[in-house]
Structure formats: structure tokens, C-alpha cells
Design a protein around this ligand. Sequence first.
Ligand code: TZP
Ligand code: MG
Length: 217
Amino acid sequence: MSGERRARLRGAFGLCPLYAILDESLFVAHQPIELSDTWLDAGVKAIQLRAKRLPAQEYLTLANQLATKCRRAGALLIVNDQAEIALRAGADGLHLGDGDQSIVEARQMLPSLIIGRTVRTPEAALQAQLEGADYLGCGSVFASCTKPELPVIGLEGLRAVCHSARIPVAAIGGITPETIGQCLAAGASAICMISGLNSPDNFDRALKAARHTTDGH
Ligand code: TZP
Ligand code: MG
């Protein structure tokens, strides 16, 4: 079962290593559905919905719409933090950050869903892997304007986590089109971005940079 979940993840990241985060900070300037349509049309194969301040019913409605669109596009929808919403919306997975429920607890609720966990050290990576995480989010790699309070682990920190983990690692935090290649070279299987996707031009540059690196150029 875990093999099948991880194969789906590897398949998605293999087709497109840009793991786009549909964060509510982007909703100020964009309609979430329009934004995700643009991403899916361009070939993004993994989207994370991260909307902590959205009222539960709106969150669920949006998650439902996104799950349908992602399914049609052959992409994965991962819901941040809210296991109940991931379950009810028919999402593909759940991402757990600092202070969220434990992997073990989430796995009981979602036996067949992909579960990701944010980590910053090789020790935490091994622990999350042992507890049954299917992938790791790792960062902040660089200082992030979206989450400035987070410790910065640098490319060295990312490399150490990638080196110790057997499951896919998604780099996150302050990543720009210019630093995507370095994160992939450090061993990341995917690149998570929020503010770097805030305009069509930035999104295009990020997608090009991610594809350029994985196309073996
Ligand atoms: N977790 C670690 S850094 C971060 C999260 C959710 C924010 C990433 O946003 P950005 O704008 O790509 O730095
Ligand atoms: Mg959280």
C-alpha cells in the first residue's frame, strides 16, 4: 500500500517537479480555481491546498472542486493540515506541518491517503519515515517572506535530509526560479512554492526552471 502511494508521488513529481501550493495568501490577487486551472493546464501534477483561515464549509467546497479538477488532470491534490477535509473532499493526501496532528493519528483516519510531513533535520526525517510518512516537506531552505519566522536550513540542511530519506523530499521556503536547480541538485524530488507563483510570469519561469533541470539539461 505504501509502495503504491509513493509510486504515485514519484510519478507526479517525475512528470513535473513543481509542487504548487495554493495558499490563501495568493487569494488576495487571484481566484483559487482560476489559478489552479492555469497550473493544471500547464502540466502541474501536484497541488497543495493551504487555506487555514478559510471557514470550514468554504474550505470543503474549494477542496471538493479542486479534487475533481485534479482527478481530471491526472494530478494529486494534497490538503494541508485538515484530515477531515482531505477525507470528505476525496483528496489524494494530507500534509502535516509543525504542531499538526501526528502521522500515526492521521494514518488511522486516512489509511489509503498520501501523508506528507514537514521536517528540518535528518533525525526528524527518519522519524517521520518510520511513522509512515510518504513524503517529506523540507525547509525553509531559504528565508521565506511567506513564513519569515521559520528557521532557515540552507541547501546544506536540505542535502542532509535528502541524503538520509528514502521517501521523496519536497523542498520549500523562499525558493525562486533561480534556486530551483540547486534544490533539485541537492536531492529534492519536488519544489514547493507559494510567493514564487504569484504572477503568470513567475509561474512560467518556475515551471521552465523545474522542467529544464529534470529534462536532464
Ligand atoms: N513551510 C515552510 S516555508 C513555507 C511553508 C509553508 C512558506 C513557503 O512560501 P514561499 O513563498 O514559497 O517562501
Ligand atoms: Mg499546519
